[in-house]
Design a protein around this ligand. Structure first.
Ligand code: ASP
Length: 439
């Protein structure tokens, strides 16, 4: 449906009856908002339980032969209270009983977890008077649990083609035999993006409890500026480092379809939030940097061998070892006789000795060293293309802050400059770079 808006609401936006009514107000503010993707009710206050966590707990307790009814009662109470406070007609008590029976009968973890969104969708459909579309019928995975994007797109588009306002619960779909299967945690964002693509929405709105992205982690930089607009590619460079408000995989369907995503705050709906688009101008007026994201705990495997540059297949042999151990690599800075591979320390830890032995065997290097505890910081900005001296500014800020640079890498897109520093220097570095570019 051209001109329609797909709205996804996160768990805190649907945590209780008061939040439900904010959601209805938001929907009523724009008649184009005709598709809603709910998460499961989240936390109402910091120490509160998320429904999804409680459902996983029920499953774990049941599987361990423990009594899970006390946990289930917490879940029932949340849904029954919302239904009562909003005077809903839907028979949520029977739906809860059915879920309870299925858990008792040994239903899988994915089924159990998915009921958070399913039941929340039932309440919302009743509250809004909209149709309920069970995601198990329209979101398809193959028998190994791999998401089938094209089948899903076709099924979703066909199901929603009449343009009726619809509630489509987030987070889950089904395997070919009908068994419920979920995305990874936070996956309702993905469902929203899938629906946006299928209906060719004008915009995908992701409503949460923050007013969009910030230029840097607020725990590191005091009061960082908000990011008003960025491209999907910039976000990819930033979220890849773990600074995400949005599930990583939610970018792909909308990016592919050329649909912008807007991050909005349910508790502050008039705030413009952050818009993520496919293309944005890169004229000289654009700020040089869009954001900075950093992550600790990387290890650098450094291999040195005389005449490496003439040894055909050296890189492949080195990377093949990591592939065989199922370790993904982040960067591969190289020199004439050296090759480094940056991997997460966590992924290396369980097989460190075997990896070293295999590299020695397969590449016969002169030396092999591993440096641990490296932080990687990505400074990202489409404005870098037009601005001279960005690298000079960044590195002089780091040297003034007394930080030693352990690695430098620039993405081939000229969209980011990546530096490696000691874990202990991450915060100092992010602050130094931020202040070098933001007045
Ligand atoms: N309820 C699921 C979770 O907590 C999915 C989501 O909220 O997006 O991970």
């Amino acid at each position: 449906m051209m001109n329609s808006i797909v709205t996804k609401f996160g768990g805190s936006s649907l945590a209780d009856a008061g939040q439900f009514s904010k959601v209805r107000d938001i929907l009523q503010m724009d008649a184009a908002r005709i598709y809603i993707i709910p998460s499961a009710p989240g936390r109402r206050f910091p120490k509160d339980d998320k429904i999804t966590d409680l459902l996983y707990r029920c499953h774990a307790q049941q599987s361990a032969g423990e009594d899970y009814q006390a946990t289930f009662a917490l879940i029932s109470d949340r849904y029954l209270t919302i239904a009562r406070e909003l005077s809903l007609q839907v028979d949520i008590a029977s739906a809860l009983e059915e879920v309870n029976r299925n858990i008792a009968a040994g239903a899988g973890a994915d089924y159990c977890a998915s009921r958070g969104e399913y039941l929340c969708g039932m309440l919302l459909a009743d509250y809004l008077g909209w149709q309920f579309v069970d995601s198990a019928e329209v979101i398809c995975f193959d028998e190994h649990g791999t998401f089938l994007s094209e089948e899903t797109n076709a099924a979703m588009a066909a199901r929603l083609q009449d343009g009726a306002p619809s509630v489509i619960p987030g987070f889950y779909g089904a395997l070919p035999d009908g068994t419920v299967h979920t995305f990874s945690r936070g996956g309702s964002d993905i469902t929203g993006a899938i629906v946006a693509r299928a209906v060719n929405a004008e915009i995908y709105e992701n409503w949460t409890d923050v007013s969009g992205f910030l230029m840097a982690d607020p725990r590191v930089v005091e009061n960082p500026r908000e990011i008003r607009a960025l491209t999907y590619k910039e976000l990819r460079e930033l979220s890849y480092m773990g600074a995400s408000v949005l599930h990583e995989d939610a970018m792909f369907p909308v990016h592919k379809a050329g649909i912008p995503t807007v991050i909005k705050n349910t508790n502050n709906p008039t705030h413009p939030g952050t818009i993520i688009s496919v293309n944005l101008p890169t004229d000289p007026g654009v700020p040089t940097i869009t954001g900075i994201a950093g992550h600790k705990g990387f290890s650098v495997i450094s291999v040195e061998k005389a005449m490496m540059n003439t040894e055909i297949g050296f890189g492949r042999r080195l990377l093949k070892v990591l592939e065989d151990f199922n370790i993904s690599f982040e960067h591969t800075p190289t020199g004439i006789d050296t090759m480094c591979v940056v991997v997460s320390g966590e992924s290396l830890a369980p097989c460190r000795e075997q990896v070293i032995a295999r590299i020695m065997e397969d590449t016969e290097p002169d030396t092999l060293t591993i440096h641990d505890s490296m932080a990687i910081i990505a400074t990202v900005g489409r404005g870098m293309v037009h601005n001279c001296g960005t690298a000079a500014r960044l590195f002089s800020a780091m040297s003034q802050a007394g930080v030693n640079v352990r690695m430098i890498d620039q993405g081939s897109s000229e969209l980011s400059i990546i530096v490696g520093v000691d874990d202990k220097d991450l915060e100092t570095t992010v602050r130094a770079i931020y202040h070098a570019f933001v007045a």
